[in-house]
Every structure is written in C-alpha cells, then in structure tokens.
Design a protein around this ligand. Structure first.
Ligand code: ZN
Length: 194
C-alpha cells in the first residue's frame, strides 16, 4: 500500500536519520515540519486535496526518535556483516557467528566481539584469540549506527535514496562512524510529530 511505503528522513543538514512510513512523512510535511526532497510518482487524496507521496523528506524541526537499540542476535550479526566472513571475505560458504575473543579468554556477547565467520575460518581459528590463531579481521566490528541500520536492516527502497546514503566511495564510512544505533522498525513507527 502506498501509505506504507518507506520514506527516508533527513535532518536539516541533509543527513539520513531514519526511515518512516509514507503516511507519517506526509503528516510531517502537512504540519510544516518537513519538506519533500524527492518524490515518488504516487499521490494520495484526502477529502479536500492531493498529496504527493515522498520518497525522501527533510525535517525542519526536532523530531523525537526514541532511543532503542537493535537486539543483539546471531541473525543481526550476520546481517550487519552482510553474510560475509570477516576473516577471509568469503560470502558463499555457510556462515556462523564467531567470538573474536573466545569465551574461554573472557570474551562476551557484544557487537564488538561477535563477527560473521565461515565454517572453515571458524574451524581454523578454533578456541583461540586472533594473535594465537595468526588471523586478522577485515574490519573492526561495531554496533550498527543509523546508516548501517538503513542499509542492512531496512534496505534501499528507492534509487533516489542513494545520494543521501553515501553509496559508493564513501561507503567505508559506515563502519567508521561511532554514532549510537538509535533505530528499530518499532521505533520508526513511533516517531512523534508533536
Ligand atoms: Zn572465512
């Protein structure tokens, strides 16, 4: 349904901050709290007027987004790492989740200590820390920020989002930012328009 389409929301500096439903985005625009930056070809009609369904909007005012962290699960670790082994870069083998610092060495279940690893690398590494196994990570694992959330958990729903999500030569920065992950599909539905 058109009103359930996902709309990318930018802050005043044109930085992506979250994704919300088209219905919520239209309300924000109607209330004068946001402007349409990119349109879709769709329109919706109220009793008295038509509204263009946006694909990207930019907010003028502070919009409260409840801080809600994504749940740390095996599936979400694999999604964050795009089902790619963080040791060898393979994306075809069966994937597991590996403790970078093994539990036996005090490693715990955190975004920083869990990575996607193919079964082959996981077996080679065994129950050893990286230095003892002579292995290296392709990148330092981090808690996903709002950009990785949109990329890996929501997906790109419209090609016109791409310039705002820095796809291309700046993509590496997704992993370098240290912003706290603030979004979940649940919180997206609860964006306040007040
Ligand atoms: Zn591997």
């Amino acid at each position: 349904m058109v009103l359930n389409r996902q709309v990318l929301v930018l802050n005043q500096a044109y930085e992506p901050i979250l994704v919300c439903s088209a219905k919520r985005a239209i309300v924000l625009v109607f209330l004068g709290k946001a402007e349409v930056v990119e349109k879709t070809q769709f329109q919706v009609r109220s009793v008295t007027r038509y509204f263009i369904v946006p694909s990207v909007v930019r907010i003028f005012l502070y919009v409260h987004v409840p801080a809600k962290k994504i749940v740390l699960t095996k599936k979400n670790i694999l999604k964050r790492d795009r089902y790619t082994c963080q040791y060898c870069g393979d994306g075809r083998r069966r994937m597991t989740v590996d403790h970078v610092i093994p539990r036996a060495y005090g490693g715990i279940d955190t975004w920083d200590n869990l990575v996607c690893a193919c079964t082959k690398c996981n077996n080679i590494k065994g129950n050893r820390p990286l230095d003892k196994a002579g292995m290296k990570l392709l990148r330092k694992p981090r808690q996903p920020n709002h950009l990785t959330f949109i990329h890996h958990f929501v997906g790109i729903h419209d090609r016109c989002w791409k310039p705002y999500l820095f796809i291309g030569d700046r993509s590496v920065q997704w992993w370098e930012t240290s912003d706290t992950f603030r979004l979940s599909p649940h919180s997206v539905q609860r964006i306040s328009s007040h």
